[in-house]
Design a protein around this ligand. Structure first.
Ligand code: AMP
Length: 490
């Protein structure tokens, strides 16, 4: 297959699908779409090595919808003809949303089911019939065992994010699902990586698959403008708040290592006047959906997430990804920053490194194969957090930061300026102000003063060591309350 540029018109998709794609504003198919769609239209099985952000959902949804539209099942209740398995509820909801968008000009139904919510509405919807079912494995098997799911007419089976399924312990469930599907069907497996258990699983159910592989993560990363900022752990929130002031930040995804950390940071950002919400595994499904919707429509500017919750989150136009905490697995860094700069668009990824995270930084740079631009001239700079292996790129050499986008953290304006003033008025509990202007910045003097809670709220009790800056700028509740469960699926 030639990698020549093709348009969607060249892909032999039925007209309503081409129209839907045009409605979505897609000008050209992405590489995975160019490679996978023709093969899938021929009816071949497919092994797709691609991560989220490459356009892989359309790569499988469009041909599946094309086939479904071509062969109508006749009157009566619609049988499930396409089954898509996804590891997380968020991803399942997003795949369903994509099927709905791409199928908008076709008379086909899609339904999503996942755990964590009451099953009643899902059971009802299943009994009304659907052409496409998107599901997480646990809930699917549950409902199947209760007799609510009929697999007998499934012709297309898609296993998405197979490596994630493995990580989350779903392989056994997948085998159970495979065992009850009709043997004659088209199979698709997508995975960002291909560890041996996934390769084995793929061999067990794909028939002479065509393998398509697109841009490995390290290359995807090249399109993203990355920078590394060094500071002490307790200063991260101030640095983040200052960077969020940049008008170029219009939708920011912030990663923390723990759920507790995500909650705490969200509260602090809300107190500081930012529209922030948290998304992580301890939140109810309703709270997660609400946070994601707010983020999508723009009422939530800052979404604070942990890795697992953020897996597969697909929100267009994430302008910035912040690695508030560096991940201890370097691959997570690549996954995280892949949330910005999706499907060909550039994005900005900013990471913070404190003195305890130097090794993580070194592992990340080893994985991506190049140093990340280091920014050292900001008010909270901490030299002890900089690895001693090389001189900061900022001072010259590869990746110097001149001319590239550089948020104006040292400009004392807007909320950061107010914050500093407020801090000067009301010193933090047990915390004096500390000066943080290491070098550069030229005569920033006292305006470089940052409030620093000197007592470190380690893993333990929340609230005690919070800096005492109480500012009355709260606008909306943010992600505070994890309301009651229940609620309907998407
Ligand atoms: P995915 O990898 O399926 O999660 O897709 C990542 C993002 O790319 C989604 O926001 C899609 O809407 C978008 N997308 C998919 N295909 C295209 C395309 N051909 N052109 C532009 N954007 C696309």
């Amino acid at each position: 297959m030639s990698p020549n540029p093709v348009s969607f018109a060249d892909l032999a998709l039925v007209e309503p699908l081409r129209r839907a794609v045009a409605d979505e504003g897609y000008a050209h198919p992405t590489p995975i779409q160019r490679q996978a769609i023709p093969v899938l239209l021929e009816g071949r099985d497919l092994l797709g090595v691609a991560q989220t952000g490459t356009g892989k959902t359309a790569a499988f949804a469009l041909p599946v919808l094309h086939h479904l539209a071509a062969a109508r099942p006749g009157p009566g209740k619609r049988p499930i003809r396409a089954l898509v398995l996804s590891p997380t509820r968020e991803l399942a909801a997003q795949i369903h949303e994509r099927f709905t968008a791409y199928g908008q000009h076709l008379r086909l139904n899609s339904l999503v089911i996942f755990g964590g919510v009451k099953q009643h509405a899902q059971v009802k919807a299943l009994h009304s019939g659907t052409d496409v079912l998107v599901a997480t494995p646990g809930r699917l098997l549950d409902l199947h065992q209760q007799g609510h799911v009929d697999f007998s007419r499934v012709e297309y089976f898609v296993l998405d994010e197979a490596d994630r399924m493995l990580d989350m312990g779903f392989i056994h469930d997948i085998r159970k699902v495979l065992a009850v599907l009709p043997p004659k069907r088209q199979n698709l497996l997508f995975s960002a990586t291909m560890p041996p258990p996934i390769a084995k699983l793929a061999r067990s159910f794909l028939h002479e698959p065509v393998r398509v592989e697109v841009t490995p993560p390290a290359t995807t990363v090249e399109r993203i403008e990355q920078s590394m900022w060094f500071c002490e752990r307790n200063d991260k929130r101030h640095l983040l708040a200052a960077l969020l002031e940049d008008p170029e930040v219009d939708r920011a995804l912030v990663f923390t290592r723990t759920k507790h950390g995500a909650n705490r940071l969200t509260k602090q950002l809300t107190t500081d006047g930012f529209e922030a919400a948290a998304i992580h595994g301890n939140k109810s499904q309703n709270a997660r959906v609400r946070a994601l919707e707010g983020f999508r429509e723009g009422s939530v500017k800052v979404l604070v997430a942990t890795d697992v919750a953020a897996r597969g989150i697909d929100v267009e136009g994430v302008s910035h990804v912040f690695n508030y905490d560096l991940p201890n697995e370097p691959e997570s860094y690549v996954h995280r920053i892949g949330r910005t700069g999706r499907a060909g668009r550039a994005g900005i990824a900013i990471a913070f490194c404190d003195p305890t995270e130097i090794e993580y930084l070194q592992d990340i740079e080893k994985l991506i194969g190049e140093p990340i631009d280091r920014i050292i001239d900001h008010p909270w700079h901490c030299a002890a957090a900089v690895p001693s292996d090389r001189r900061p790129a900022h001072q010259g050499g590869k990746g110097a930061h001149q001319g590239r986008h550089r948020p104006p953290v040292d400009a004392p304006r807007g909320r950061s300026a107010e914050r500093r003033e407020a801090a000067a008025d009301a010193p933090a509990e047990g915390g004096q102000q500390r000066r943080r202007s290491r070098r550069g910045g030229g005569g920033r003097g006292d305006e470089a003063t940052a409030p620093t809670p000197s007592t470190h709220a380690a893993a333990g009790g929340e609230g005690g060591a919070q800096p005492a800056r109480r500012r009355r700028r709260r606008r909306r509740g943010g992600g505070g309350g994890g309301g009651g469960g229940g609620g309907a699926p998407t």
